[in-house]
Design a protein around this ligand. Sequence first.
Ligand SMILES: [Ca+2]
Length: 166
Amino acid sequence: MRSFLSKKNVEYKLSINILKATNLETADKNGLSDPYAILYIDGKERARTEVKKETLNPKWSEQIIFPLDMKKQMRLIEIWVWDKDGFRDKCRDVFKKKTFSDDFLGKIEIPVEKLFKTFNLSKKGVDFEQFIELSKPLLKNHEDDNVKGEIVLEVGIVAMDGDNEA
Ligand SMILES: [Ca+2]
């Protein structure tokens, strides 16, 4: 990371657009789920999408933009997808002596260093922006998780000459 961030007076921003998920696991009795996604950076929650009701193919198109802090190294971007349970589901869960939590639908992990290599920033000048679309299969968190489908993101890096900023 240091190799490209050491360019003087360049400010970088990372953009993550959580576009959609496809073919998700069923979590509810009606054969559907109510999916939402949570974005973590280095284990800290940074954003969460809307809940899309009764679908296995949610379309969020929610963009989050972060300034890249040169003093702090970012290591891992994670996105976890959950099924939101409403009051009725929770009553059912109590009846079945389950806990009051939403159901896990899968997660992805993106090492930041690997992402930067994809963009190959060392060959770029000061002012540029580059966006790529990433499709990633959702992964289990525990052995017995039921997980399927994938999540689609648009990830971008924007670089600006810091001296030009007002
Ligand atoms: Ca639900």
